[in-house]
Design a protein around this ligand. Structure first.
Ligand SMILES: Cc1cc2nc3c(=O)[nH]c(=O)nc-3n(C[C@H](O)[C@H](O)[C@H](O)COP(=O)(O)OP(=O)(O)OC[C@H]3O[C@@H](n4cnc5c(N)ncnc54)[C@H](O)[C@@H]3O)c2cc1C
Length: 657
């Protein structure tokens, strides 16, 4: 039976029956602190609640990790040795991912980092006969991995599933689904891809307002049902009741301007304009700011509208629109996995890659890159026992997140390729998950929830309804029926219970705050998520020292600030055997996502193929959908941009180049 946190008390402040949807949400005056003592929060200094802190400090006991540890021990001296990359070629040809072409010399590849980008590189190169070893400091899957809550499973059940943040697979992703189709999964004709299930509803909840519900068409306009139409009209009426019509017209016009902007204007004008400025946020109503601006920045992608690039964010608005209309889609507009990410995706991927001969070294941290004679000559590592080692390979793919790549960029590397020095200009922000384990199945809606007036930009979904296995029978001690997985995308804004930011709150205060914000936004929120529903909770263990001055986030997320494209690197570098893979690399989706990381991994793999002189077919790169019907407008706009003119539709406060 998990004891990592007791049930929330019925007297907790967020359970007060007083109007949970009061506009006080926006009030600068914080709500009074609770008088009832709160249960002990699992701060790192509190041994009684060490389970959360322990998870952060120790390797995560995912099945992937367990399998790997066994493999590593077996590898023994070879793993601890200094140079050998796995010599094993592909094993018996699997049904999926059969090796394509084995190339000649220069086939040893060290992939440094085992997240989405690193696994993609390993997959593509192993299929092409390269000898790949993945070195990962923590756990395979990176930010996309599951984080089981150690010690919570009993009676033959698995540990409760936690995660860094819930996973959302929009219909416009093309690279990730292609990879998924190539990973076998028992009983699935299309491999892991068949583990994606539609999430056809979405609620955009607002404090003091009826929920805005959308039913997403899964096959474009033709698939819009009367029910979906009614929900859309109701939501539009609700928005129109709050945002003045001329502000809506301004927003719509600026969207049209962007959609018809040519590549030149997008790249050279919109890239450098903050999203808030493009939409004139300062001059508009609070409702405009919350609904039409922030819903796509803080709520969706942890971006701050004042620093986020217009090009990045408006491109997301655009692609979501096409997805809703069924244009360029690979699948339904919103999809999720039918189980924890490791079970549904990462573990089968690991199995496939192992069968292709990829070797995994989990617990290995790259600490430096040796450079001599114009090439990388070795990667300095710390092994799981803390010993220093140097590994060598023919090609090195650095697939760590940008904030981990920066310290590796020595003066010699920067001198060889100045783009590597510009990585330090890229910025990250915090976006992390909180899991609420529930005693009853609680399908609030069959899809995602966005709490639009929550200062901490909270989004979430209840997962049990999508999962193939019965939750209580599969996980925990049998008393947990569901999991409300939440992402917190603003860790700086003051909350409504304690008046403190998420960074300043203890984990337990974070739970109180999130519950209060959720209840304040959701129609009938206090009744839908009462205290009696909450079994326990789990905060991303990447957050440490919460509520203390030394609060830290081990895994922040890249944010696309204005002009950051200039500082983002290509997957190939000027060092012929060094490649970069990660969500910060220049790719067509232009947003830190699994899709971006996958596309970057594909580009890095192609770089290796070229450098090795391989004759293997190049990896297909799927670029973001562009609507052909607008191509003529976009071409014409390129000309207008060259002539120094605003976009032809830019008539309300036009922006000149
Ligand atoms: C809360 C949250 C929710 C998200 N939700 C979604 C979503 O719904 N859909 C979506 O598409 N994207 C989502 N994203 C974004 C997505 O998860 C990331 O962009 C993507 O997973 C990044 O993959 P990556 O391989 O570039 O980096 P990472 O996932 O960070 O992988 C890098 C790996 O390198 C390892 N590493 C770090 N340093 C070292 C070192 N020195 N030596 C060896 N290994 C090292 C890390 O442990 C990690 O495993 C979300 C992000 C967050 C934070």
């Amino acid at each position: 039976m998990p004891t990592y946190e007791p049930h929330l008390p019925r007297t907790a402040p967020q359970d007060r029956p007083t109007s949970p949807r009061t506009p006080s949400l926006k009030s600068p005056t914080p709500a009074p602190l609770p008088t009832a003592p709160l249960p002990t929060a699992p701060t790192p200094s509190a041994p009684a609640s060490s389970r959360v802190a322990k998870s952060a400090a120790q390797p995560e006991p995912s099945p992937t990790r367990r399998k790997f540890v066994a493999g590593t021990l077996g590898a023994g001296a070879a793993a601890a040795g200094l140079t050998a990359l796995g010599a094993g070629g592909p094993l018996a040809a699997p049904a999926f991912g059969a090796p394509l072409v084995a190339s000649g010399s220069g086939r040893r590849v060290a992939v440094l980092g085992g997240g989405m980008a690193g696994l993609t590189v390993a997959h593509e190169l192993a299929e092409r006969g390269f000898q790949v070893t993945v070195y990962e400091r923590k756990s395979l899957g990176g930010k996309a991995r599951s984080i089981p809550v150690a010690g919570t499973g009993s009676g033959g059940r698995r540990d409760l599933p936690g995660e860094h943040g819930f996973r959302f697979f929009p219909g416009f992703y093309l690279n990730v689904p292609d990879t998924m189709r190539r990973i076998p999964f028992p009983g699935n004709p299309n491999g892991v891809h068949d583990n994606l299930v539609d999430a056809p509803e979405a609620i955009f909840a607002q404090a003091g307002r009826p929920d805005n519900k959308l039913i997403l068409p899964d096959g474009g306009i033709d698939s819009i049902t009367p029910e979906a139409l009614r929900a859309a009209l109701k939501t539009m009426a609700n928005v129109a009741g709050q945002v003045p019509w001329w502000e809506i017209a301004f927003w719509a016009e600026k969207m049209l301007v962007f959609f018809t902007s040519g590549e030149l204007r997008r790249r050279h004008q919109w890239e450098y304009m903050p999203y808030s400025e493009y939409l004139q946020m300062d001059k508009m109503s609070e409702a405009y700011r919350n609904i039409l601006v922030r819903s796509f920045t803080s709520t969706l992608v942890a971006a701050k509208e004042t620093v986020a690039s217009t090009r990045t964010i408006t491109m997301m608005v655009e692609i979501f629109l096409w997805t809703m209309l069924g244009r360029g889609n690979e699948g339904a507009p919103d999809r999720v996995l039918n189980g924890p990410t490791n079970e549904a995706w990462i573990d089968p991927w690991h199995t496939l890659l192992t069968s292709l001969g990829v070797e995994f070294r989990v617990g290995w941290t790259v600490t430096g890159l040796d450079y001599s004679g114009g090439r990388i000559t070795g990667a300095r590592m710390t092994d799981p026992s803390g010993n220093a080692a140097t590994i060598d390979a023919d090609h090195y793919v650095l697939a760590v997140p940008v904030e981990r790549a920066v310290p590796l960029m020595s003066p010699a590397l920067v001198a060889a390729d100045p783009a590597l020095g510009r990585l330090r200009r890229l910025q990250t922000d915090w976006m992390n998950g909180l899991m609420l384990y529930l005693k009853r199945k609680t399908p609030i809606t069959h899809g995602h929830l966005a709490f639009m007036d929550s200062p901490w930009a909270v989004t979430g979904l209840t997962q049990g309804q999508f999962w193939r296995n019965d939750f209580a029978a599969t996980y925990g001690d049998g008393s947990v029926q569901d999991c409300l997985s939440l992402d917190l995308s603003d860790w700086d804004a003051p909350g409504i219970v304690y008046g403190r930011s998420a960074r300043q709150c203890t984990p337990r205060q974070i739970v109180d705050e999130v519950l209060a914000q959720l209840r304040a936004n959701l129609d009938n929120g206090a009744a839908i998520v009462p205290d009696s529903l909450i079994h326990s909770w789990f905060l991303d263990p990447g957050i440490t020292g919460s509520g203390t001055p030394s609060v830290a986030n081990d895994e922040p997320l890249l944010v696309n600030t204005i002009g950051s494209w200039d500082d983002r690197p290509e997957a190939t570098t000027r060092i012929p055997n060094l490649f970069l893979a990660g969500d910060y690399v220049r790719v067509s989706i232009n947003l830190a996502t699994m899709e971006g990381a996958n596309e970057a991994g594909r580009k890095a793999a192609n770089g290796v193929l070229a450098a090795a002189g391989s004759s293997a077919p190049r990896v297909t790169i799927h670029e973001m959908y562009q609507e052909p019907a607008l191509a003529g407008f976009c071409r014409a706009d390129d000309l207008r941009y060259r002539l120094g003119l605003p976009n032809a539709f830019d008539v309300l406060k036009p922006y000149w180049p």
